[in-house]
Design a protein around this ligand. Structure first.
Ligand code: ZN
Length: 191
């Protein structure tokens, strides 16, 4: 079980798991036994907000077992009321010691926003609006915009979620910005 882990221990677990993923030496998990164990409840040690990109899968990237990571996934890893509610569930209710905002290289959503010439209509346009401040701030340089978008998302979370803000201030949760490198499988912690 992974109860009562602190943020350093949780980050260590994520780092070790990612190192295994990078080299391909993955752990063998007994999912059948683990499923039974988890019937008593879930105690994940990290809440991870990441992009919906099919190449960026937290359980694989961190070579983790089921019941260890509470995932929220949106294109461009942006937040709205609903995804923020899910993040709050992970932080406040499940008490994960880490909240990771995980962006990635070659993000299609950020790239689209940087290359956008006319306003996009509909729901996709709503995603673009969320990424736009980061694109503008970095003169639409895609790599910089990806990092800036993560910072904007963190600010957006702190501004719109008193629950997460308080948990961060109280030291109950550590907010980590990290970037997944598609080429190597490595996760780099930015802050
Ligand atoms: Zn993406």
């Amino acid at each position: 079980m992974v109860r009562n882990m602190n943020s350093e221990e949780a980050m260590e677990r994520l780092k070790e798991g990612n190192a295994r993923f990078v080299t391909g030496e993955r752990k063998e998990y007994d999912f059948v036994a683990r499923r039974k164990e988890l019937l008593a409840g879930q105690h994940p040690f990290a809440t991870i907000l990441t992009c919906s990109d099919s190449r960026v899968r937290p359980e694989y990237i961190f070579d983790s077992n089921i019941g260890e990571i509470f995932n929220i996934e949106t294109a461009g890893n942006v937040v709205d009321e609903v995804s923020l509610g899910s993040i709050e569930y992970g932080v406040e209710h499940l008490k994960t010691p880490v909240l990771m905002i995980l962006g990635h290289t070659d993000c299609g959503a950020v790239t689209a926003c940087c290359k956008l010439e006319d306003e996009l209509a509909g729901n996709l346009g709503e995603i673009m609006k969320k990424i736009e401040p980061a694109a503008l701030k970095t003169q639409k340089k895609i790599d910089d915009a990806i990092d800036e978008n993560m910072k904007c998302v963190k600010e957006c979370i702190l501004q719109n979620s008193p629950v997460v803000k308080k948990a961060a201030e109280d030291g109950q949760v550590k907010i980590v910005l990290a970037k997944y490198i598609l080429e190597t499988g490595e996760v780099k912690v930015l802050e």
